[in-house]
Design a protein around this ligand. Structure first.
Ligand code: PMP
Length: 414
C-alpha cells in the first residue's frame, strides 16, 4: 500500500505512479526505489508514446519540406517552442532556443556572448556550488581571453553569502552565472536578489535552471534574468534536448554559435547572412523527436500541477530528513534556508560508494560521489556524499524502505 501525506482530488501519488512504467520493474529481485531524480527523472507513458507516435506517424525533417509529414513535424516542433515559452514565462517565442540541454546552453552563451564581450582583465562571477557545467565553460573562456573567474563563497550550511557576493564586483565585472537549485545540496538560491544586485552593477546574469525548472514556477520576465538554461530529461522529458532562454536584444546582438543548415539566410562562397531568431542558434537538424516529446512532458507537469508536486516533494524531504537524522553517525550535508527535493549526507567511517552498492542490491537507486561539483565537495571538506533526490512519484513508504536498508548497510560495513 502506497502512503503519502498528500492525497487529495488533484494529486494522488498512486495514480501518478501508474503512469511511469519503469516503476513496475524489479531491480535485483526487489521493487525499484528510484531516488536519483536529480540526475535524471523517469518518463511517463505519454512521453514514451509521443516518441513512438512521432517515429511511426510523422517522422520528417523540419522547416524545409513542403510535404505533409514535414509540415506536421514542423508544426509539432514549433508547438514545443510555444509550450516552453509559456512554461518559462518568456515574453517572445524567438527567445526560446532548443539545445542539447543545460550544458550546451551555457557553452553557447560562453562562446558567443562571452567571446564577443569578455576581454583581458575582465571578471566573471560564479558560485561555490556550481555544477562543472557552469564552471568549465567560463574557465575555458577566461583562459582564452586572460579573464578571471571569481567565486561567491557559501557558508557551512550551503547558503550563498550575499554580502560577500556584493564585495566581488569591480569595474571589471562583466558576467554572473549561478545555479538556481544546487544539485548536490538542494539549496534554492535567492536568484531574484542575485540578479537585482548584479543589474545594479550593470552586469548580466545567467541562471542554471537544470534542477529548478521541474520543481519551481519559473518566470524569466519576473526574475529579469538575461539567460536561463534547463534540460528536458530532468523535467520528465527525453534526454538530448533542452532550452536556452535569452533576452531578445541580447540574442540578436550576439554572434552565431555553430554554422550549418537552418541558421543561414543566404550563403555564397564569399559570405553568409544569418537567419532570424531563434533559428540563428539552431544549426543543423535538431533533436526533433525528443523536443516534440519534451512538449508532452511539459504539458504533463503542468497538468499534475507544480504546486501539488512541490507540496508532495516538500513532505518527502522533511520526512526523509527526520528519518535520516535518527541514524547514528550520519551527517546531513547542506542545511540551507530554502531547500527542495535533495538530501545529501555522509556516514562516519563509511565510504559513500559502498553504501550505494549495498542499496542497489536492495533495488534502491541513489547517487554517490561528488555529483559533478568537485569544488563544492572541497569547500565542504567531504570526498563525496550519498544523495537521495525525490520526484512526484516517490512515497514515504519508499523512504522507509530506504532508511531501513541504509541502517542495515551501515551495520554490515561497520
Ligand atoms: N547544472 C546542474 C545544476 C545540474 O544538476 C546539471 C545536471 N546534473 C547540469 C547543470 C548539466 O545538465 P545536462 O547534463 O543535462 O546538460
Amino acid at each position: 500500500m502506497i502512503t503519502t501525506a498528500v492525497k487529495d482530488k488533484t494529486f494522488d501519488v498512486a495514480e501518478i505512479r501508474e503512469q511511469f512504467p519503469i516503476l513496475h520493474r524489479l531491480v535485483k529481485g526487489k521493487p525499484l526505489v528510484y531516488f536519483d531524480n536529480a540526475a535524471t527523472s523517469q518518463k511517463p507513458q505519454v512521453v514514451i508514446d509521443k516518441l513512438v507516435e512521432y517515429y511511426s506517424g510523422f517522422n520528417a525533417n523540419i522547416h524545409r519540406g513542403i510535404h505533409t509529414l514535414a509540415e506536421e513535424a514542423t508544426a509539432a516542433f514549433e508547438e514545443a517552442r510555444d509550450t516552453a515559452q509559456r512554461f518559462l514565462g518568456a515574453a517572445h517565442r524567438e527567445e526560446i532556443i532548443f539545445t542539447k540541454g543545460t550544458t550546451e546552453g551555457i557553452n553557447l552563451v560562453a562562446s558567443t556572448w562571452g567571446r564577443q564581450n569578455i576581454s583581458a582583465g575582465d571578471e566573471i562571477i560564479i558560485s561555490a556550488m556550481e555544477h562543472h557545467s557552469n564552471i568549465v565553460p567560463w574557465q575555458i573562456l577566461c583562459l582564452e581571453k586572460g579573464a578571471t573567474l571569481k567565486v561567491i563563497p557559501i557558508d557551512d550550511n550551503g547558503d550563498i553569502i550575499l554580502e560577500e557576493f556584493k564585495k566581488l564586483f569591480t569595474s571589471k565585472t562583466k558576467f554572473v552565472s549561478v545555479v538556481h537549485v544546487s544539485n548536490s545540496l538542494g539549496t534554492v538560491n535567492p536568484v531574484k536578489e542575485i540578479i537585482r544586485i548584479a543589474h545594479d552593477f550593470g552586469v548580466l546574469v545567467l541562471v542554471d535552471g537544470a534542477q529548478s525548472t521541474v520543481h519551481l514556477d519559473i518566470d524569466v520576465v519576473a526574475l529579469d534574468c538575461d539567460f536561463f538554461v534547463c534540460s528536458s530529461h530532468k523535467i520528465y522529458g527525453p534526454t538530448g534536448t533542452g532550452v536556452l532562454y535569452g533576452k531578445r536584444s541580447l540574442l540578436e546582438a550576439m554572434p552565431v554559435f555553430q554554422g550549418g543548415g537552418e541558421m543561414i539566410k543566404e550563403v555564397t562562397f564569399a559570405s553568409t547572412s544569418y537567419n532570424d531568431l531563434p533559428y540563428k542558434y539552431e544549426a543543423g537538424t535538431p533533436n526533433i523527436a525528443d523536443t516534440i516529446a519534451f512538449k508532452t512532458a511539459l504539458d504533463f507537469v503542468a497538468s499534475v500541477g507544480k504546486k501539488n508536486v512541490r507540496t508532495h516533494e516538500n513532505d518527502l524531504l522533511a520526512y526523509a530528513t527526520a528519518r535520516l537524522e535518527e541514524i547514528a553517525g550520519l551527517r546531513i550535508i547542506g542545511k540551507g534556508k530554502d531547500k527542495i527535493s535533495v538530501v545529501s549526507f555522509v556516514i562516519d567511517k563509511v565510504h559513500p560508494s559502498d553504501i550505494g552498492t549495498l542499496l542497489d542490491n536492495r533495488g534502491i537507486a541513489v547517487r554517490t560521489g561528488n555529483h559533478c561539483t568537485q569544488p563544492l565537495m572541497d569547500r565542504l571538506c567531504v570526498p563525496g556524499t550519498i544523495r537521495a533526490s525525490f520526484a512526484m512519484y516517490n512515497t514515504r513508504d519508499e523512504i522507509d524502505v530506504f532508511t531501513t536498508a541504509l541502517e542495515k548497510s551501515i551495520t554490515l560495513l561497520s
